[in-house]
Design a binder for this molecule. Structure first.
Ligand code: 5GP
Ligand code: MG
Length: 183
């Protein structure tokens, strides 16, 4: 018999319960890497990773990429506390020339889709050959946009989650598993 143990963590004023294990995360990352390895072999893709939340996912994903590639980071913010502000601020832009390149835009989580919807025209104006979108987590019931997500690790309900790079007001990014807000 397998015992399912729910762990809880307290971050600031809120309690979070374990939700997605490290092994499940690893499977989701491997699934995305395998699809990218097949689709983008020989294209020298430039992975454009959206900080801060993506740092662990990007590190684990890139270690599983087997075709020559490049990696860069951009920084945006839209969340305050546990809700999206709806306003996306670009804090660090892209230095690379992306004209004619295959871009993989890498996100930790796609919620409303506002962040990617804001970034896409900025990247498209620089005329890359193609832009693929990869996200570890996707909340279909919160999604308000219509761009295509090429690689999704896992679909989750519209709960606020932390861990594996994702924070609640700065805390929780170091947790190796993903937790969700209690009730
Ligand atoms: P979107 O622009 O798609 O609404 O949200 C994108 C960004 O909001 C994500 O990259 C992430 O930084 C943040 N975000 C969305 N949902 C969550 C969540 O459940 N937990 C945390 N910690 N951040 C989230
Ligand atoms: Mg993010």
């Amino acid at each position: 018999m397998q015992e399912i143990i729910t762990k809880t963590v307290q971050l600031h004023d809120k309690k979070f319960a374990s939700h997605i294990s490290a092994a499940e995360i690893d499977n989701a990352v491997a699934k995305i890497a395998s699809a990218i390895n097949t689709d983008l072999a020989g294209k020298n893709p430039l992975f454009v990773c959206v900080l801060n939340g993506v740092f662990l996912f990007a590190a684990d994903l890139l270690r599983k990429i087997e075709t020559p590639c490049e990696v860069s980071f951009i920084k945006v913010s839209s969340y305050e506390g546990t809700a999206s502000t709806g306003e996306v601020k670009t804090q660090i832009g892209l230095k690379e020339d992306i004209k004619g390149r295959t871009i993989v835009l890498v996100e930790d989580i796609i919620d409303s889709g506002n962040t990617i919807a804001k970034l896409l025209p900025i990247l498209e104006s620089q005329e890359p050959a193609e832009i693929k979108i990869a996200t570890l987590l996707f909340k279909p019931s919160a999604f308000k946009r219509d761009f295509k997500i090429d690689y999704t690790g896992m679909e989750i309900p519209n709960d606020f989650v932390v861990g594996y790079g994702l924070d609640y007001n700065g805390l929780g990014r170091n947790l190796p598993e993903i937790y969700k807000l209690n009730e």
